[in-house]
Design a protein around this ligand. Structure first.
Ligand code: COA
Length: 260
């Protein structure tokens, strides 16, 4: 899983995925989107991966958006396909069934912010800045920003950010609920990987079930959501990891989950 524009390394159940176009602030071009898609499909098939961290190369950016050079060539017809392609890749990440944490090490703008929002959690460096500046290019966010930003920060703030194109810093992003945690820049990766390792030690089928059940919450009524929750809950009660987790508690020892 190695590529010129996307670096992947798997250690102790944690896949570290790094956007690697630092001279272009990791702008998402077609090659990088393709690499993201094939890498996340490979991760999905790899039973050894229990958590994923995604970050950007270089000190300045997570990703400064879709590649504006490529974007500038789009027509009304190809623009729709361009957006659908990015949406497909980001939805794959969102529905991966394995927790994905964005370690946002700098600018997360446009498609970069949308990529971070498709991840299950966002940990940010204190130097990070978030925004949807597409309005300044005469377009709207096309990789999920109009849908995921209101769900994370509320409709009113999302409209303000999308219409103004203004950036928010990490402290404001934390206050808004756009990010989960903020760390000093130098500590971001270490702290994020440490958290991911903690997730990697948990029961993977239960992690998948947690994601599945909570992701329904944004898409359905409470009644339907509760129905789905009970069904997913029941499924987890049938796993060996459930037997191991409860037995380990009663025997006062750490659980050793097998993923079965
Ligand atoms: N697409 C393509 N190239 C990009 C890019 C993008 N989204 N964002 C940055 N780059 C490139 C720049 O063109 C520049 O390349 P060059 O050195 O070959 O000229 C390089 O990355 C460094 O960017 P630069 O603008 O010089 O850095 P800066 O520190 O002065 O400004 C930003 C940083 C993020 C404020 C600025 O790059 C920016 O506004 N980028 C576009 C953000 C955006 O509109 N994203 C939404 C796209 S839909």
């Amino acid at each position: 899983m190695q590529n010129d524009v996307l670096l992947t390394e798997i250690t102790n159940g944690v896949a570290m995925v790094t956007l690697h176009r630092p001279d272009k602030l990791n702008a998402l071009n077609g090659e990088l989107l393709e690499a993201l898609e094939s890498t996340f499909l490979a991760i999905q098939r790899d039973d050894s991966v229990r958590a994923v961290v995604i970050t950007g190369s270089g000190p300045k950016a997570f990703a400064a958006g879709a590649d504006i050079g490529e974007l500038s060539k789009q027509s009304a017809h190809s623009g729709r396909i361009f957006a659908e392609r990015g949406q497909r890749v980001f939805s794959l990440i969102e529905r991966l069934g394995i927790p994905v944490i964005a370690a946002v090490n700098g600018f997360a703008l446009g498609g970069g912010c949308e990529l971070a929002m498709a991840c299950h959690m966002r940990f940010a460096a204190d130097s990070a800045r978030f925004g949807q500046p597409e309005i300044n290019l005469g377009i709207i966010p096309g990789y999920g920003g109009t849908q995921r930003l209101p769900r994370l920060v509320g409709m009113s703030k999302a409209i303000e950010l999308i219409l103004s194109g203004e950036m928010v810093d990490a402290a404001e992003a934390l206050r808004l609920g756009l990010v989960n945690r903020v760390y000093p820049h130098a500590e971001l990766l270490e702290k994020t990987i440490e958290f991911a390792k903690g997730l990697a030690a948990k029961a993977p089928l239960a992690l998948r079930a947690c994601l599945e059940a909570t992701q329904i919450a944004g898409d359905t009524s409470v009644l339907e959501g509760l129905h789905a929750e009970a069904s997913v809950f029941g499924r987890t009660c049938g796993t060996q990891d459930f037997a191991e987790g409860t037995t380990a508690f009663l025997e006062k020892r750490p659980a050793a989950f097998s993923g079965c």
